[in-house]
Structure formats: structure tokens, C-alpha cells
Design a protein around this ligand. Sequence first.
Ligand code: MGD
Ligand code: MGD
Ligand code: SF4
Ligand code: MO
Length: 776
Amino acid sequence: MEKHMAVCPYCGAGCKMNLVVENGKVIDAEGLPGITNEGELCLKGLYGYDFVNDTKILTPRIYHPMIRRTKGAPLERVTWDEALDFTAERLRAIIEESGPEAVMLTGSSRGAGNEANFVMQKFTRACLGTNNIDNCARTCHAASVIGLMECVGSGAMSVSIPTLEETDCILLFGYNPAASHPIVARRIVKAKERGAELIVCDPRIIESARIADLYLPLKNGSNLALLNAFAYTIIDEELADFDFIDDHTTGFDEWWEVVQDYAPEDVEEVTGLSSEVIRQAARCYATAETAIIGWGMGVTQQAQGVQTVRAIAALALITGHIGRPNSGLAPVRGQNNVQGSCDMGMWPSLYPGYQRVDDPAARAKFAAAWGVPQERLSLAPGWKLTDLPHGVAEGKIRAFYNFGEDPLQTEPDTAQVRAALEGLDLLISQDIFMTQTTALADVVLPATSWAEHDAVYTASDRSFQLTTAALPPKGECRHDWEIFADLSTRMGYPMKYQNTREIWDEVRSLCPQFAGATYEKMAGTGYAQWPIFADAADDPANNGTPELYAGGAFTTPDGKGHLMAAHWQPPTERPDNAYPLVLCTVREVGHYSCRSMTGNCKALAALADEPGYVSMSLADADARGIEEEQLVWVTSRRGKVLARAAVDERVNDGAVYMTYQWWIGKCNELTLHVVDGESGTPEDKYSACEVELIPDQRWAEDYLVERYTELKAQLAAEADRQNPPAPEPEPVDAPAPEDVSTEDAASAPIPLAFAPHEAEVAGRALYADGEEETLV
Ligand SMILES: Nc1nc2c(c(=O)[nH]1)N[C@H]1C(S)=C(S)[C@@H](COP(=O)(O)OP(=O)(O)OC[C@H]3O[C@@H](n4cnc5c(=O)[nH]c(N)nc54)[C@H](O)[C@@H]3O)O[C@H]1N2
Ligand SMILES: Nc1nc2c(c(=O)[nH]1)N[C@H]1C(S)=C(S)[C@@H](COP(=O)(O)OP(=O)(O)OC[C@H]3O[C@@H](n4cnc5c(=O)[nH]c(N)nc54)[C@H](O)[C@@H]3O)O[C@H]1N2
Ligand code: SF4
Ligand SMILES: [Mo]
């Protein structure tokens, strides 16, 4: 039995653990005393390692490269040489015909780590010659990155995860830590036990609302009206820190010009809240000795995301709750390495270390370091991930290199995404599993997983930590960074690295803010929190910067905090007679993003399975004759999916909630592709839908099993493609496709692959009540 140190590959809480390995398999995970987790793990940390062992519960791992020689041909197993030569040749041809801007790439904010992302962006910029590189932060905290960079200078959390425990007041706004970051939630519970005040603003009664001092169930989509009313109250009741405003901010007069229209008494209707509770919450935040605002997707996945982030920053600026110990801003980053992808310049306008692509000095520096002429590095920002559908439709994007993301599951409006992916001349997918996106690819490149490589991850609070390999690569899998370096070499820009440390040292040499983060400092349970400059490298006591902007020194170009305000606007697609309910898409504690990993872990898969739940209020369920656990259709203008009803007293009337983890109950078939104009973040939190009971429940249960079994079998077959491809069997007496009705399909014998009902009941218990367990 061996133990190997790792950092959890799920959320951005950055929990450290040991992986216990026996006979070439990971058999257990044990919490280690890391800076954020202090030995604790949530259930995904404890039981989320199983996917490494290729359980094949949901979808198999991929072990050999494959290509599709022509569009529509089957995938074919090939050697690495053949796969990479094929990819290089196809990319070269597209660039020759249409220029480098016809190629788009996306980085991975999950297991791969900072080194792999750095090498991919170097390949994108120095070899291909474009800034068309992005990552899933686009669908996530892009609005925070953009809003905060303007208002205070950096898009990251200004405070640390441990600090949350020390503050006097926590304002949670559109953020559900008990499900999303249980180890962060634990800090909030501890703060509360110490006597901190907790204010929760969320349309549904989330776990944290149960222990809140003030709970504000605002109407879905009314964020900016409420935040402006908080700001109004703070000025109106003279609770602001006017010295801080004078000394450290600009823009007060223009800001007040907007905010003065938002007396709490005037937003009661829009927010659904009494003016008194709005005033109380504003007073509570403003008068606390120290205070932190934590926010998440309830803020950013809205068409006014950036403007809402600016309003949050303004609250901290007018009260001086920033740049002081235990006070600040906490946009808690979602994925285990999404802060890292942004740090590594997986962003169409930024080089690694937040150096701008349109800054000629930065360009000169990177060109010299990478040995390319300056003209090779484009000064023009590239495409955003959410530009993909229209970029393809307009013929501007022809090739897409998908590295460790699953857009067919996670981007809004699946039908539109599918059309885009199918419309490409070249789709490359580099993953560890056969996902839905990978199954569509022309080139499939199998990578090592989290437990099979070394890497640096950046936790949500800017802490770099090392994760180390517990196992050797499986099958023909190669490290992500090796694949990019090899491809780049074949395309005429040679890159050669021996190991991740060598790559990381290059990152440190190019990014002054990361220069002190040596592998030595991150050894064991060590960490390095950026900004951490070169002088920290040899000082063991210096772990970097736990809190940004000390003394009100903002990192904006003029060193000031910028007050910026905007008027509230209603969400884009509002409920009407045909689609009378708000569809809000969120998270559940046991499953994670596209679910390729948690869905392949025995303990987690047993907690909840397809088709996932649509949670609705008692009144909305009653009005539709729907009872707990029944199968329903959820429909929107984009599509129709199966889901199981969860009648939930915590859900507000008029809105329903689905999680985006489910393949059959895929909420992104329903969501709307409308994005915030500045950040490109989709409005995943608000669209219109209807829910209907399926009259024949037996049919629906059978249909579910059939669809799920079929999808799993299809992906398993794709992962197993060999060379030469097995000939497709001739259909024998099969009915023509148009003759197959859903009724026919439903009456066919159903393989007894899983028992949906039992699993769903267990999952439901976890979703509604089990969150408390994770707050240990
Ligand atoms: N178990 C698990 N954990 C995860 C993930 C996962 O898939 N599974 N994903 C990770 C990722 S990528 C991310 S980004 C984080 C996200 O973590 P969170 O930000 O917590 O994500 P959500 O649950 O999507 O949304 C947060 C809250 O916003 C509320 N909300 C909806 N509409 C509004 C509104 O109009 N106003 C306000 N104020 N609130 C609203 C919802 O009710 C919800 O409680 O979680 C990470 N952690
Ligand atoms: N409707 C709706 N949609 C949403 C959201 C929502 O709230 N509502 N949330 C959005 C948010 S915030 C986010 S961040 C996105 C997340 O969307 P994605 O980034 O698409 O989701 P993940 O599941 O994190 O995708 C990670 C992929 O990387 C693979 N992988 C894991 N480790 C490695 C590795 O080491 N190397 C390689 N090559 N591959 C690896 C996994 O198998 C998986 O396929 O989803 C978004 N989608
Ligand atoms: S809180 Fe996040 S990082 Fe920690 S164990 Fe759970 S999923 Fe992993
Ligand atoms: Mo995210």
C-alpha cells in the first residue's frame, strides 16, 4: 500500500489529500492538513477518486488515439504518430486557407493543471498565431473577472478561504456553498459559531439560509435592483466610509446619479422584498467591523452579470470593507483549477500572469522568451468560448480544439451547440473519458487523469498547490502537456519539456506575480498564494499574499477603486402563458459538471442517477397535478427533456430548478443562448419553461432506461473503436427509422442495467436534506 499527496480535482476549495494505492488502483482518499481544508474533505473528496480506476459505470476511459478520416466516417484507432500528423496537417490546411483566426481552442479548468494549460496557450499563440483561447470561466465567473479588474484591479478573490472564518459579517449573494464548495461552507458555519452575522440573498431557501440572521428571498433576476438599494441605504443612512471614498475611489458622483433612483421603498415590487428587510441587511453589512461578500453563479450567469459584479464591488468600496484584514470580496471560483486557467492566460485578451495581449511591451517580452518574431503574437483579442456557435455558423471558425471540457453537456442550448460542433471542419477532443463531445470528434486524444500526473492547481483564493501522480499512465495515454508540445513540434514550432517543473519554472520567469511560487514552497502541504514575487522564493516564511489591496492600494492603472453603477433591467426571456415558469439551473452536492468523473464513482453514482430532478414548489406541482418522484416533461422554446419531480418546500413559487449534471435530463437542451454583452457569460439562471406530468408513468420509466442504456452503449462503442474499424453490421429486417415510434421503442425489452427508481430516491434524500452532512 502506498500513499500519494494530491489536491482534490473537483471544486476550487483546494482540499489536500492522500490517495491510497494498492495493486495499481486507488482504493481510498484521506484528508491532509492543507491550508484550506485542515484535514477535512467533503463527500466528493472522500469518494470521488473511483473514476481513475475506469469503473465504466457511466462511460469508459479512453486509452488510445483515434481519428475520423472523413466527416461521417467511423472513429478509427491509430498510433500517436498518425493521430498527431493527421491533426497537424488538417490544422495547417485550415490556417493556410482561412488564417489562424479560423482555429479556436479551449483550455481545461479541471484535472490537467497549470503546466498543461500554459503549454496549450503557448502553442496557440506562438505556433498557431492567434489569441483564440478561452476556458470554462467564460460560462462561470467571467463577469467577476471583467467587473473586478475594472473596479479594483484583479478578478480574483481579494480574501482567502480561511479568512471567511474570521470576519464579522458574511453576505452571501447568489452562492450556495453547502452544495458547491462544502469546505468553504464549513468556514461559514464556523464564522457563525464565532458570532458573525450571516445575510443570505437567494430566491430559494438554500442550506445557508437556514442559519442566516437575515434571509432575503429576492425574485429571480432582480439582483441589480437589490444591490443598488443596499447602496442607496448606506448613503441615505450615512453609513458609508466617506474618508475611504475620498481617499481611495473615483466616480462617486456619476455612480450616485444612478443609485439615487433605488430607494428600498421603490424596489419592493421588483425584488419582492420589504423595504425594511433591505434596509436592515444594508445596515448589518455596513456597520459590521469587518465584512466579506461571497457570490457565485446567481450573480454571474445573468445578462447583467458584469454590472452586478460592479455593484457588489461598490458596496465594499463605499463602506471601506476591502483592503483591510478579514474584509473583502469573495467570488469563489468554481472548478478546482479555473483560477489557474485564467492565471495561465487561457483568456482571449491576456497572456499568463494577467499581462495584456494588446500591450506591445508584453508582446515583446513573450516574443523574446518564446523565440518568435513579434508579429507572430497577435495584438487582437481572440474569440470567446460562447462565440463558437455563431462563429461556426458565419464560417469564421472552422476548427475547434476541445481540451478537457464537454460543451455538448455544459454550454447553453444544446441543439445550437451540436449544430456548431457538427458544422466544424475539424473537432479535436482531448479528454480522459469518452464524453458526448468527444464522441463527435474527428480526432480523439487520450490524456492521463488527475491521479496519473503531477501539476500545480490554483485554488479559488489564489493559492498554488502541488498535486502528484499516484499511478503511471494507463494504456497509451499521454500527459496533456506532452501532447501539445509534440503537436507544436510537428507544426514547426518545436517545444520540449522533460517534466512539469521545467514548464512551471518558465511560467515563473514570465509572470512576476508568480515568481516566488517554487515547487519547493509547494512541497507537502505547502502553498504559495499570488501575488508572490521572486524575493519570496528563498524565504520559507513567505507564502505570498492572503489579502489583496492592503490599505486601499488598488491594482487598477490609477491605483483607485472605481465606483460604477447601472440601472436594473429585467431578464431576457420572461415567463408567459406558454412557458409560465422560470427555469433556473444550479448544482447538487454529489455530482459535478458534465459528470464524466462523479458518474463513474461507485458511491456517488449510487446517490443519484438519471434523469435528475426538477425541483418545484408545492403550489406549482399541485397546479399541474404532479407528485413527488413522478416523471415529467420540462419544455422550453429550445427543447423538451425528461426529469423527475422533486416537490420542495425550499423552492419559491413560479420558478423550477434543475442541475446541469444529467445526460438524459439535460437542462441545457432547454436553456437560452443569451450572454452578458461584456463577459459573454450565458444567462443560465433565467429562461422560461413549462413542466407537464407524463400520463403513462410506466412508459416514461421504460423510456428513461432505454434512452440511458442506449447512450451509454453508444459511448462505450466509440471508446472501443479499433483499426481496422469493425464493419457496421447490415441491418436485418429492422424497421425503417420513420417506423420506429417512441411507443414501439418503449415496448422493446429493456436491459436491466440499473434500477432507476431506487437510485433516484437515494439521490433525492441527499439533495434535499443531506447537505447538512457535508457541513462537518
Ligand atoms: N457538487 C458540485 N459542486 C460544484 C460544481 C458542481 O457541478 N457540483 N460546480 C462548480 C462550479 S463550475 C462552480 S462555478 C461553482 C458554482 O457554485 P454556485 O455559485 O453556488 O452555483 P449555483 O448553484 O449554480 O448558483 C448559486 C445560487 O444562485 C441562486 N440564484 C439563482 N438565480 C438567482 C438570482 O437571480 N439572484 C440571486 N441572488 N441568486 C440566484 C441559486 O438559487 C443558487 O442557490 O460550484 C462548483 N462546485
Ligand atoms: N445550464 C447550466 N450550464 C452550466 C452551468 C450552469 O450553472 N447551468 N455552469 C457552467 C459552469 S460555471 C461551468 S464552469 C461549466 C463547466 O463545464 P465543463 O468545463 O465543460 O465541465 P467539466 O465537467 O468540468 O469538463 C471537464 C472535462 O475534462 C475532462 N478531464 C478531467 N480531467 C482531465 C485531464 O486531466 N485532462 C484532460 N484532457 N481532460 C480531463 C473530463 O472528463 C470532462 O470531460 O459548465 C457550465 N454549464
Ligand atoms: S470541498 Fe471541493 S475541493 Fe474539497 S473535497 Fe469537496 S469537492 Fe474536493
Ligand atoms: Mo464554474
